[in-house]
Design a protein around this ligand. Structure first.
Ligand code: SF4
Ligand code: SF4
Length: 360
């Protein structure tokens, strides 16, 4: 019998600030790889689907994690972000990221964090990427739009036609606040209203506002289209809020969500759920096959999850400074992807990625 509860958060601070053993990526990997030895290895599941070794196919997205500073401390955070974190991408490294974009045909810059907008180079990066005519995504936690220093942020994002992908665990306050902190729901609705007032979420404006749902507990997300319909109806009816699309994301068993799984006795049950729901079609479409992820210090990773587990890309290109017009995207597009048991989080059920499910 599982002990699934809705309280995923410790919300007392980052794991690092409370010196929790799981703040160490080595400890996370030890738990992930060793705790449930009878479960099939992810490499075996891939091999049975003729997908091992897993390789990238092209680079469509340069995802840049500009740091771990955040104005929230959500219970499920896979970054272990929070107000106490100081890791932050410098202008020099941000320039290297923009040079990589300039010297490649990668169409999309996806900026994440932490709260990416709190990095002092965020707006500069947006302006540079838009001047290169690239699509820019801001992974926004919504409440950052209410931070005093960011009062003109919604207008800035609209001016540069930045696509906003905004996390909102639920359309009711109790479940959202349980995961993200007291009062987060109310602030999120206020932020959504600001964005709507600028045209975000209006299908005729060209300003994309997409929401992200992830479960508040140790279970897989329900069908994406059903959650989207519920959110559209309830956010519209209760708050007059509109959005373009909703993506469901499976909680990855790493960092603060791993701490929750461990603390609540749900770790093995959750891993078993993920393994049993392995979907070869989702595995074929995992996001790491079409993206590369850059850490705050410029190190390259296959995805933001591998980044948080300190599992960098294999091969010769290890840092964004190594990216060159001749040896950049082409080499990365042929790389072998580093995998682990956490990868089951991307391949369970309909699959999960930064853009929602991977199968129809
Ligand atoms: S808003 Fe995002 S980055 Fe910040 S603590 Fe929550 S999940 Fe982590
Ligand atoms: S966790 Fe990262 S490396 Fe593993 S399947 Fe998902 S996107 Fe790919």
């Amino acid at each position: 019998m599982s002990k699934t509860g809705s309280q995923t958060g410790n919300k007392t601070g980052s794991l690092i600030s409370i010196r929790h053993p799981l703040a160490s990526t080595a400890e996370q990997l030890r738990v992930l790889e060793g705790r449930a030895p009878r479960l099939q290895r992810f490499s075996g599941a891939l091999a049975a689907s003729a997908l091992y070794p897993l390789r990238s196919t092209s680079i469509q997205v340069l995802q840049v994690n500009v740091g771990k500073l955040c104005n929230q401390t959500c219970g499920h955070c896979h970054v272990d972000a929070g107000p106490d974190r100081r890791e932050s991408m410098t202008r020099e490294t941000a320039e290297l990221c923009l040079e990589a974009l300039e010297h490649s045909a990668i169409p999309t810059l996806d900026i994440t964090g932490g709260a990416p907008e709190l990095n002092p180079n965020f707006r500069w990066m947006v302006e540079r990427a838009r001047a290169l005519d690239r699509q820019v995504i801001d992974r926004c936690n919504l409440t950052v739009l209410l931070v005093a220093s960011q009062s003109d942020l919604p207008e800035f994002l609209a001016l540069h036609q930045v696509e906003i992908i905004a996390s909102l665990p639920y359309y009711q306050a109790d479940r959202t606040d349980a995961q993200r902190g007291e009062g987060v729901f109310e602030d999120s609705i206020a932020a959504l209203k600001k964005l709507n007032a600028l045209g975000y979420g209006d299908p005729t404006s060209g300003l994309q506002l997409n929401l992200v749902y992830n479960p508040v507990g140790a279970f897989l997300p329900p069908a994406q289209h059903a959650v989207e319909a519920d959110f559209r109806r309830e956010l519209g009816r209760r708050h007059g809020v509109v959005f373009n699309s909703l993506y469901t994301i499976t909680n990855m068993p790493i960092s603060r969500f791993l701490e929750y799984l461990d603390r609540s006795g749900n770790h093995e049950m959750y891993m078993e759920k993920l393994v049993n729901a392995y979907n070869p079609a989702a595995a074929a479409g995992v996001m790491c096959r079409t993206m590369v992820s850059v850490g705050w210090d410029g190190t390259l990773y296959d995805c933001d999850f591998n980044q948080m587990l300190d599992l960098p890309v294999g091969g010769a290109l290890r840092h964004i400074r190594d990216f060159s017009p001749t040896l950049g995207a082409a080499a990365l597009a042929q790389r072998e992807i580093t995998i682990g048991q956490h990868c089951y989080g991307c391949t369970a059920g309909a699959g999960s990625s930064c853009g929602g499910t991977l199968t129809a």
